[in-house]
Design a protein around this ligand. Sequence first.
Ligand code: SF4
Length: 326
Amino acid sequence: MEKFEVVEKLVTDIDFKFEYGNKEKIYRYLFSYDNNRIIESMAIVHILDDTPVDLTVEISNMYNCVVGCRFCASGSLPESNLFLSAEDYLMQVDKSLKESNINYKDYPKFYVAFTGIGEPSLVKGEIARGIMLIKDKYPNVQVNIATTGFDNTCFGYWDKLNLPIRYFQLPYYSCESDKIKYIIQNVPKDYDLRKNIEEAIKYKNNHKGCRVKVNFVVMEGINDSEEDIEKMIRYLEKYKQDIIIKVSYLNYTEKCRENNLHSPVQNVMNAILNRFQLLGFDCYIFGTENNTELGCGQLVQNYICDENNKTINIENDKVKIKKPQL
Ligand code: SF4
């Protein structure tokens, strides 16, 4: 199979809450990468009522992911981590648009989001090179970057370059180190969420139009109690004017099931949102209660398995790819 051939395509329209709309048309792809690996990306048309407001192509910068979030399906891939190249980023954008029969010029805004699988901070130079390559071909593009900030020098590094970064998104699971370590399984010893937020804000202050989002992935029994929310408010209070809080539903994955992780019901999500809003935080709900199969690795996890449908080590050289269903 050629590199970047479509292995699976999922096209769906969903009701989906996000910052400035309520529907999405999704074209989600699994692309062949090498003999054993398949990578995923998607083109998303964001819609407010019936009007498209932007086109976003979400890409991966790794196969598998070094971060190891306990709920994330990409962590269930058996092979070793592999960082993709700047050319691979561009190829995901090109192929996602071509296979979706989409002309990016037909949309009022065009974004490329490094919000798929991977941790951009660890390959900050490659990310910068990739953004430049993408911008050369799509001059009006703006870029969203989601990073856990494993290498928090990334913000200062990108600050010196003239990159069209529209926002940074940093995850928030808790401000308590035990809980952080539980959810981010490979968290570095020197991980410092506060420092990450402050570095991202510094970048934002130097680049008009850039914003900082704190992605609060809400998990029942982990971070959704009144006490958890009060601690979070105290922790983030001083950044209130500089951040946007995204109150996110957790996507269903096998990992969620194994670890009994799930979002609270809608009423609790709404109550959390109201609490933040009453205090003057800029915030919004992201996602849906339904299983959308749109989380990182949710499709690709189905493809790496042995005869017994179990993930295996690539060193065994027995990885089989399930029959493509195009
Ligand atoms: S949620 Fe993102 S950062 Fe966490 S393991 Fe998955 S791809 Fe990596």
